[in-house]
Ligand binder design. Sequence first.
Ligand code: NDP
Length: 255
Amino acid sequence: MSEQDAHRKVALVTGANKGIGRGAAAQLAALGMTVLVGARDPRRGEEAAAALREAGGDVHAVALDVTDAASVRAAARQVEERFGRLDVLVNNAGISGSGPISPDKAVDQVPSTVDLDMVRRVFETNVFGVIAVTNAMLPLLRRSPEPRVVNVSSHAASMTIFADPDGPMAALLPSAAYSPSKSALNALTVQYANELRKDGVLVNAAAPGFVATDSNAHTGVLTVEEGAEVLVRLATLGADGPTGGFFGAEGPVPW
Ligand code: NDP
């Protein structure tokens, strides 16, 4: 590792082979960070990392399935061996459950008919996966002078929005698995922020907005570049930045 490389911040983005995660990886690399593209399919991770390197970034692939304890352990070992620390963790990997969220899939996400196995799968990735990855990376984050953790949440996490029948919830589809999983992720964000505040680890949740990706069959209205901006802002907070917050492009999002 050259002296210049030793001074670069090291960022790991989970589920970064495509979508918002890949957009965040590109922006963090453009800021001069060494970026680790976490991907459960190593081949697709390598392809994404190679494309981002071609654009000039110091980007490397890391095989990482957030639901697989051995894969999480191996990824942490790899980061430790290559870099000795981690400055930024973006917990981006996530699934919606019943395939791309769309009106014809709404019935799959109504609580009275939701498939419990699907709910378990969604929580396995969106909630338990975040705990597994964060805890595995925490010893490495504690070695950073300015550690930052960004949990990629959603406006669908907001109970304030869903509970207001006259509010914007009408535009949100029923979401009996995905929405509670992201609400749980928000609750975890506050728990981690409270525990780690004294260590200078800033932990925040991000709502990227409705971004055109595979998760919504590209019906979203924002580009991945636009959606990734709030993740990058929270990944690069100064020491006086917030912790335990929930932010979208426009600022705080109601819990
Ligand atoms: P995509 O489906 O495009 O990307 C999801 C990424 O997560 C893929 O790289 C996928 O890998 C990865 N992933 C899924 N499961 C795992 C796993 N077990 N281990 C590792 N990686 C995994 O979706 P988006 O880019 O839209 O979503 C990114 C995040 O943003 C998610 O957390 C989502 O909930 C959130 N979000 C998205 C919004 C949107 O409008 N698009 C709105 C609000 C929040 P693979 O390619 O192998 O499937």
